[in-house]
Structure formats: C-alpha cells, structure tokens
Design a protein around this ligand. Structure first.
Ligand code: FAD
Ligand code: SF4
Ligand code: SF4
Length: 464
C-alpha cells in the first residue's frame, strides 16, 4: 500500500547561518530509510504522467518501484537507460516545472520527490564505486561533438552506447560546461560532475580540452579528419549587459565571469591566488537562477550585504522557488520593482554606488509577463562596491561566423529542424543553449539525445 503522507519526506540540509559561510553542498541527500519512505508515496500510476514531464523520459515509476524493493542497482540501470547525468539532474533539474509538475500526488498534496530519489540512486551508485560500464562493440563510424556541457556530453554518451567512436572538443581546460564553471559547488559539487564524466569516458568517449573549434580547427576540417557527423553543443556563454553608464568600472562583473572565477579558479580557497575583488556590499542585477547563484556566492566570499535588484515583482522571477527560498534564508536581501540606471564610480574608477529607479507593473507584454515601467522622480542610490550583472546570456558567435552554410537567427541561436535538430549545413546537428538560448540542463540533455538518434539515422541511411 502506498504511503499517503501529504508532504515529501524532508531532505536534511546545512543550517542557513552555517552554510552561508562555506561552499559545501547545501542539501545533504536522503538516507536509504528516507528514500524508501519517499518512494513508497508513489502510486505507480498505469499511465505514468510524470514520465511525459521529463525531457529525457526516464521511466520514473519503474525506478521508484526498485527503490521500494531495495534494488538500487536496478533503479540506477533504469535511470541511465535514458539519462547520462542522474546525479546532476537529481540536484539541479527544475523538477517542480517538469516531472514533478505532472505527478498525480501533486494535485491535492505535495508531488513525489522524484528529483530527490534520482539523486539518491545516483549517489548510492557512486558510493559503491561500481564499475559496471560495458564498452559497446565499435560500429566503425566517427562523430565529433563540440562543447562538453550537458548537451554535448549526452549526445556523446548516446552515440558511444551505439558503438560510435566519439570525440568531444571543449574550449576550456576542463569538461562539463556550465555544470563546472557556472553552477556553484554548494549546489552541485564538481567532484560529482567529474565522476559522471568519468563514466562517459569509460564508455569510450574521448574528450579533448583546450580545443576552441572555430579557432584551432573549423567544422569543415573536422569532416576532413574523417568525422562523419558533427554535433554543436556550444551553449550560450556570452553575457548580456544593460548598456548603462559605468559598466566598465572596477567592481562590475558579468555573473558568468564572477562565477567562473569562483568555480573554476577557486577564488574562495585561500591557497588559490585568483584575481577577484572580494566584494563587501554587492548588488546583483537579475532574477534568475544565475542571479541567485551569484548572490549566494558573494555572501560566501564574505560580503557584508548582498541585494538582488530585480525590475519586476518576486512573482515574475524566473529563478526556481527553492533557490529564492535558500537565498533569503542565507541573508540575501530582495529589492524587487527596482531597476538600475547608472553605476557610479570614484576618481580611481572603482564602483561606489548604483543609481536605481522604482518600477511599477503594467499589463502583460508579449512574453506574458507584466511590463515594468519607471516611476517618475523615484531615483535613489544604493551604497555598493560591486555590481554583478545577471540578465541573461546569448550564444557565442564564433562557430557560426567560421562555418559557411550554418545559419543562425537574429538572436545568434543556431537554426535547426525541430524534429531532427539538423542544421542548415549537411551532417551538422545542434542543440542545447546554442539553439534555444539560455534554458535548462535537462532540456540541453534531451536535445543531445535527440540529435544522437538523428545522427545515427542519417549515417545508417547513407549505408543503404
Ligand atoms: P553549456 O553548459 O554552456 O556547455 C557548452 C560548452 O561548450 C562549454 O563547456 C563551452 O566552453 C563549450 N564551447 C563553447 N564554444 C566552443 C567552441 N567554439 N569550441 C569548443 N567548445 C566550445 N539549468 C538548470 O536546469 N538548473 C539550474 O539550476 C541551472 N542553474 C544555472 C546556473 C548558472 C550560473 C548558469 C549559467 C546556468 C544555469 N542553468 C541551470 C542553465 C544550464 O546550466 C544550461 O541550460 C545548460 O548548461 C546548457 O547546456 P549546453 O550543453 O547547451 O551548454
Ligand atoms: Fe525529473 Fe529531471 Fe529526473 Fe527527468 S531528469 S525525472 S525532469 S529530475
Ligand atoms: Fe508515481 Fe507521481 Fe509518477 Fe504516479 S505520477 S507514477 S505517483 S511519480
């Protein structure tokens, strides 16, 4: 009989006043007992609506049923039939708007904690040091993947399982994309990302780092080197700025740069000599997950005050509710309906303030969100020494500028066929943030998987 408790089994986490001073993971994960309790809330519905909410269609009730039975290896096997990064997704997927939003338990009470259970199974697998990867028989075909974010890695893993010889070309010195340089350690420990990448390498995927495609090699040269298909998963790493006065001052960062210095260059560790202006009074502009990550990281670097400045109301914030809650509990101040108009500097070019205006909301615009407009005469100055800008990212134009025949739209996103993810260039496929603009890990993975199937179909059709 299922357990009809209305609430999810709580997951232990670090105390907010302790965790806001360290970079250790905030959520601590379920024990076996907690996982079994949560798994027994699942009704094992025949038409399993939760599966349709998962962009990679994990067979959710099947893996949950294995947790109830205590067969965690089988649960892991079921999850990894369609997902190559379960420890990552169990942590950072916006479950509340995906699989869990479709769970029937969620109609009257809290949905089953699908993400928490997925994380539990993946962590259990890692804790067992299980080395059960079976390298598939080679099929004699070669494919190249550009970018080692979740999209590129998923495409590579799916193709490798089909027997392809896959090489991933990554611009950075380390693989993982935003999972490594964007999402902070306290939400997604980097050792976990690297463990999942090791599993892909064990499947035979070769990852070549420090390889900027478009500079060191072009896509056409990859074909000359014998690759029969190319997948472009280069993400959206080019930060947007507001275009206001003072954005060039010392103490102004894009969230990407700030988080990269912390995540990849370990600015939070004394023994690393990373150039970062350790801020004391910080304004983070934006209301998405990236803004929350930057604000919470600034607190952990020792800032005395950190404010989120967002031009709409909290209701319109795109960040996950859980992240907003965590940020508030840790001491981040929320300044909603406020918009920066100028960053103020001193004679040495250092930030000393942020001039803002108060905003009010009008009727919804084309995006469906209520349009903010400035209140006349409402200007005020925030006393800050750093401003972190987190108002979105666009794809880097390098690939499409160096690849004849590859079309992009006016926003710089690569144009693809929705069904196959084929681009306008023969045998080149693309997906993830490079196609959609900034989105989510699991959507990027879904695209990687879909493109791998299209590549396989294309190569098989050429053999007929
Ligand atoms: P990326 O992860 O950006 O990977 C692209 C890779 O391609 C990078 O490694 C890059 O170095 C490489 N590359 C680029 N150009 C080249 C080139 N020319 N040659 C070779 N390599 C190249 N999503 C969630 O679901 N949940 C979250 O909680 C969440 N939090 C986020 C927090 C932050 C701070 C950020 C920035 C994003 C967050 N996202 C979150 C969004 C999510 O991380 C992205 O949607 C996802 O990583 C996109 O995957 P991708 O593989 O398309 O691109
Ligand atoms: Fe849910 Fe994400 Fe796991 Fe799919 S991958 S089941 S959407 S948590
Ligand atoms: Fe279980 Fe919810 Fe999926 Fe039903 S919808 S099978 S209760 S997770």
């Amino acid at each position: 009989m299922p357990d009809m408790s209305p609430k999810k089994t709580p997951m232990p986490e670090q105390d907010p006043n302790v965790r806001n001073k360290n970079f250790d993971e905030v959520s601590l994960g379920y024990t076996l007992e907690m996982a079994k309790a949560e798994a027994s809330r699942c009704l094992n519905c025949k038409n399993h609506p939760c599966v349709s909410g998962c962009p990679v269609n994990i067979q959710i009730p099947d893996f949950i049923a294995q947790i109830v039975k205590g067969d965690l290896d089988e649960a892991y096997r079921i999850i990894t039939k369609t997902s190559s990064l379960p420890a990552v997704c169990g942590r950072v997927c916006p479950q509340e708007s995906q699989c869990e939003s479709k769970c029937v338990r969620g109609i009257k009470t809290e949905s089953v904690g699908i993400g928490r259970l997925e994380r539990f199974v993946a962590d259990y697998h890692m804790s067992q040091n299980a080395d059960n990867v079976v390298k598939p028989e080679p099929n004699g075909h070669k494919a190249a993947v550009i970018g080692s974010g979740p999209s590129g890695l998923t495409c590579a893993g799916t193709l490798a399982k089909l027997g392809y010889e896959v090489t991933v070309f990554e611009a950075f010195h380390i693989a993982g994309g935003v999972l490594m340089y964007g999402i902070p350690e306290f939400r997604l420990p980097k050792a976990i990302v690297q463990r999942e990448i090791e599993e892909l390498k064990a499947l035979g995927v070769d990852i070549k780092t420090n390889m900027v495609i478009g500079k060191i090699l072009s896509i056409d040269e990859l074909f000359e080197d014998g690759y029969e298909a190319v997948y472009v998963g280069t993400g959206a790493g080019l930060p947007n700025f507001m275009g206001i006065e003072g954005e060039g001052l010392i103490g102004v960062y894009s969230a990407n740069e700030f988080l990269t210095r912390i995540n990849l260059m370990k600015a939070y560790k004394e023994e690393y000599d990373t150039p970062i202006n350790k801020p004391k009074r910080v304004a983070v502009v934006g209301g998405g997950n990236v803004a929350m990550d930057a604000a919470r990281s600034a607190l952990r670097l020792g800032a005395q005050s950190v404010s989120i400045v967002y031009r709409r109301s909290e209701e319109e914030m795109p960040a996950r509710k859980e992240e907003i809650m965590h940020a508030k509990a840790e001491g981040v101040e929320f300044r909603v309906l406020q918009n920066p108009i100028k960053i103020i500097g001193d004679d040495n070019g250092n930030v000393i303030g942020l001039e803002c205006v108060e905003m009010e909301l009008q009727e919804p615009d084309a995006s469906g969100r209520r349009r903010p407009i400035a209140k006349a005469g409402s200007n005020f100055i925030l006393d800050v020494d750093s401003v972190i800008i987190a108002i979105g990212n666009a794809p880097n134009p390098l690939i499409h500028r160096t690849t004849p025949g590859l079309e992009s739209n006016p926003k710089g996103c690569i144009v693809v066929d929705d069904e196959t993810l084929a681009t306008t260039k023969d045998a080149v496929y693309a997906g993830g943030d490079a196609v959609t603009g900034a989105a989510t890990v699991i959507k990027a993975m879904g695209a990687g998987r879909k493109a791998a199937k299209s590549i396989d179909n294309m190569i098989k059709s050429k053999q007929l």
